[in-house]
Design a protein around this ligand. Structure first.
Ligand SMILES: Cc1cc2nc3c(=O)[nH]c(=O)nc-3n(C[C@H](O)[C@H](O)[C@H](O)COP(=O)(O)OP(=O)(O)OC[C@H]3O[C@@H](n4cnc5c(N)ncnc54)[C@H](O)[C@@H]3O)c2cc1C
Ligand code: SF4
Length: 817
């Protein structure tokens, strides 16, 4: 039984979109819902994609179960396995199932997937005619698969070829009948499809292209063969129909939801007709598009979970899709419009001897399609260029030869993956980029493909990126691929890692940069631009008040206490506590802007005012004038606390549950000036509508009726990361203590230049909760150390410099006439 206070969520369908939705929901709002899942199949959640390897005998059925029954139980989810929902009563908000049960809902998600199309041929109902969609189909095929027996696959698309390959691997004599003149015509052009057909023919598969099936020949209700329109009869003891799928919308339609080739949904994944009912997966029609690959469905699941959890900040905008065939030993990739239209240009590379074919379609200097066979390492790169609409004018000459030839990375496969940018998508199914995989390999010390799969999900779905992931492993671990790698050195000046340096500073009482370098055997005399700022920070964090900051070990922005802009001038951001500002303050800022002829002013993303175009030598005077009006530095340039963004909260807003602005001011007063491993941002929202976007901040507070939800590890940068829920507390005092403790743990343990998002992922939320939430003594000790360090940190660097500190930094070397 679920606790009565929870919102009742019913999910219809237990396929890949549904299980991903559950995972996301458990992450965002583990206690919000009483969840019931109906799955018509008599199995718990499994990876449908891997039915192909199961058919081919490459994987055992139990290996592809992703969510065993006890997973549901352990998360308090009621799984109705083998039970089909037959009716939705929207009036009463109930679903009725084929076992007679009725379950009420507050929110309903349809994840019913697709049904395979069965051609209405004479004889199509005979025993031995199967589709290729679920476990039952695979079992039916395996029951009939006899070595040497004939099988016919109708349909030469992705699925048909995977079925043909699987049955051939079981020893059957397989013929593929395909209506179009070449295989996979939706993904490949004729030459690439020709190479594919030749390769598959080598595995004993024969083809009837441009052929129409007329009837299934039967005997005593059993399949005996397939008759083609030209009269030829292909003998068969098994016929697999793989001619397409149709979104399963019967239930939705009967419930009066709007259905047009799929259940129509908004960008929030709510159905157009009924906002209480969501739909995700292959049953969906989003902006006129239905998807049949998992990557877009997983994105939909993420957005749906976000809205069910009432975070309300995600939108699904549709997906670009790329195709890889996962038949072992065949490398094939296609994306976009690979059949050129009038006005397109085509770049072609063909090496029939090696079985390599590459075609790129370009329009107006932008890649619009790619079709690769035999060498697909650059597929991810092409896909990125295509999705981002990059101008390829400058790359054009070497584009076909792949990314390594654009740079100077050579042709060795390891160098090729090395040349991919961090953001290049490696695993399309799970949306995992190179950077994430490399970071996981390094930080979590992963050695094997299985470990990478477990930690990043890369290569854990269709497996077609396995080669790339292995190359990344080899590349990242280098000679240490098989051996245990030692921790990565901090920089080339030393053999010692970040963590070892931090430990030594404390354990050996090292209190200056030269002392650290001496004690740890630095290889260079003065260090470099990588280790000096890190050591400076580690010493500051370890010995607050005692260690004297070394300006020469800081980057220019921190040395000059302003952001250097592209023309060499600086921008200045005074601190506005919690984003509040008075008319006097605005006037003072305006006076400074006029006096120093500030060419542009702007409101920053963190609700502060930015004054642009200030010459370096004017900075101390600007700061002096701002200080006179009561301003201190906003640290908009620093690896430090930047801003605390707030909404208006209960002070003004109809929805506000608490004084979010007031709390934001308190948080900023508590934490300003403190140096961190990286920039640090906070926000406070007055209610779950979350106008201050607290769930993409390093530390975010969402006020609710009963108190405050504390969120950590968010990031709105290149790769947006939504926070993890740290805990919920009842009072402002607890918010401040948890915040101080979290920051101090981050300051003491994260590596320099590591933001909270990767840090939380590296050390794990559990560890942080243990130190900051569950262990009160640990929390108090951290918070006290933070408070102690703040006595020394909360000195305004601007005021000090306005009074002459580091004056040489701001004196021009020479005035050019
Ligand atoms: C053999 C095979 C290989 C594939 N290979 C790839 C690949 O390499 N890459 C890729 O991206 N995609 C691949 N796909 C496609 C991918 O598996 C689908 O896109 C994905 O599974 C769709 O997810 P879904 O949750 O929308 O539907 P499904 O996974 O089909 O789940 C829907 C579930 O809902 C159940 N259901 C339906 N109606 C009801 C009801 N009324 N009550 C209860 N339960 C109900 C169904 O029984 C089914 O279990 C492959 C598919 C197959 C069949
Ligand atoms: S988050 Fe809530 S309280 Fe704050 S402004 Fe938005 S709706 Fe109002």
């Amino acid at each position: 039984m679920h606790p009565p206070s929870r919102i009742r969520l019913v999910v219809v369908g237990n396929g890949m979109a549904a299980t991903r939705l559950l995972e996301e929901l458990l992450r965002l709002a583990p206690d919000r819902f009483a969840i019931t899942v109906f799955g018509a199949e008599p199995h718990p959640g499994y990876n449908r994609i891997l039915l192909s390897p199961v058919l081919a005998g490459e994987q055992a059925p139990e290996e592809i179960i992703t969510h065993p029954a006890d997973w549901y139980a352990s998360h308090g989810i009621t799984l109705r396995q083998g039970v089909r929902v037959t009716r939705i009563d929207r009036w009463r908000r109930e679903v009725h199932a084929d076992d007679g049960s009725v379950v009420g809902y507050d929110r309903l998600v349809l994840a019913t997937g697709s049904r395979p199309i069965i051609l209405p041929l004479p004889g199509a109902q005979a025993a031995g005619v199967v589709a290729f969609r679920d476990f039952a189909d695979v079992e039916a095929m395996l029951a009939r698969a006899r070595a040497g027996a004939p099988a016919v696959v109708i349909g030469g698309g992705l699925l048909g070829l995977e079925a043909a390959n699987g049955l051939a691997a079981r020893g059957m004599r397989v013929t593929v009948v395909h209506l179009a003149p070449w295989l996979m015509e939706k993904q490949l052009d004729e030459p690439a499809a020709g190479l594919l057909a030749r390769h598959l023919a080598g595995r004993g598969i024969t083809f009837r292209l441009a052929s129409q099936t007329e009837a299934i020949e039967t005997e005593n209700g059993e399949v005996r063969g397939v008759r083609l329109a030209n009269g030829e009869v292909l003998p068969a003891t098994l016929v697999v129909m793989a001619v397409g799928i149709r979104p399963d919308t019967e239930l939705a339609q009967a419930a009066g939801l709007m259905v047009e080739r799929g259940v129509r949904v908004h960008d929030t994944m709510q159905t157009l007709t009924d906002p209480r009912i969501y739909a995700v997966g292959e049953c969906v029609n989003h902006r006129g598009v239905t998807y049949g690959l998992v990557a877009p469905l997983f994105e939909q699941a993420k957005v749906c979970a976000n809205h069910l959890a009432e975070w309300g900040i995600a939108r699904y905008g549709g997906s670009a899709v790329a195709t890889r065939l996962k038949v072992t030993g065949i490398d094939l990739f296609s994306a976009g419009r690979f059949l050129p239209e009038a006005g397109d240009e085509t770049l072609l590379f063909e090496d029939a001897g090696r079985g390599v074919y590459k075609k790129l379609v370009v329009r107006d200097n932008r890649l619009v399609g790619a079709c690769l066979y035999g060498d697909t390492v650059d597929g991810a790169w092409y896909f990125d260029l295509l999705r981002e609409g990059t101008d390829i004018g400058a790359l054009r000459e070497s584009l076909l030869f792949g990314r390594p030839h654009v740079g100077d990375a050579g042709t060795d496969p390891k160098a090729r993956v090395a040349a991919l940018p961090d953001g290049a998508e490696i695993c399309g199914c799970n949306g995992v980029c190179k950077g994430e995989i490399v970071r996981a390999i390094r930080d979590k010390q992963l050695y094997t493909l299985e470990e990478v799969r477990a930690h990043t999900k890369a290569s854990a779905s269709c497996g077609s990126c396995t080669g790339l992931v292995e190359a990344l492993l080899a590349h990242t671990l280098g000679g240490e691929y098989a051996a245990k790698p030692s921790a990565k050195p901090l920089c080339p000046c030393t053999e010692v890692s970040h963590d070892e340096v931090r430990r030594a500073i404390v354990e050996q009482g090292l209190k200056s940069i030269p002392a650290v370098m001496r004690a740890l055997g630095w290889k260079t005399e003065d260090g470099c631009a990588k280790c000096r700022p890190a050591l400076n920070y580690y010493l500051l964090a370890a010995w607050p008040g005692e260690y004297r900051d070394d300006p020469q070990s800081r980057f220019i922005n921190e040395r000059a206490h302003g952001n250097i802009q592209k023309d060499g001038t600086f921008s200045v951001v005074p601190r506005l506590w919690g984003g509040l500002v008075t008319p006097q303050e605005l006037r003072a800022i305006a006076d400074v802007a006029e006096k120093y002829r500030v060419p542009e002013m702007k409101i920053t993303g963190g609700q502060r005012i930015d004054l642009f175009g200030i010459r370096k030598e004017d900075l101390p005077a600007v700061w002096r004038d701002l200080a006179a009006a009561g301003f201190v530095s906003g640290h908009a340039y620093g690896k430090a606390l930047r801003t605390v963004k707030t909404c208006v909260g209960s002070q003004w807003c109809r929805f506000g549950t608490q004084d979010s602005t007031g709390l934001g001011v308190k948080l900023e007063k508590l934490t300003w000036g403190s140096w961190m491993p990286h920039k640090f941002k906070m926000a406070v929202s007055g209610c779950p509508r979350n106008c201050a976007e607290a769930t993409i901040k390093d530390f975010g507070v969402v006020c609710v009726e009963s108190g405050y939800e504390l969120h950590v590890g968010g990031n709105g940068g290149i790769k947006v990361r939504i926070t993890d829920l740290l805990t919920k507390v009842a009072t402002e005092a607890e918010v401040l203590e948890h915040c101080a403790a979290f920051i101090q743990l981050y300051r003491e343990e994260a590596r320099y230049l590591e933001r909270t998002a990767p840090w939380v992922e590296r050390v794990g939320l559990n560890y942080i909760q243990e130190r900051v939430v569950h262990d009160g003594a640990s929390r108090r000790a951290l918070a006290e150390r933070f408070q102690a360090s703040q006595q020394h940190a909360q000195r305004d660097p601007w005021a000090e410099r306005a009074q002459g500190r580091e004056a040489h930094e701001f004196q021009p070397l020479a005035h050019m006439e």
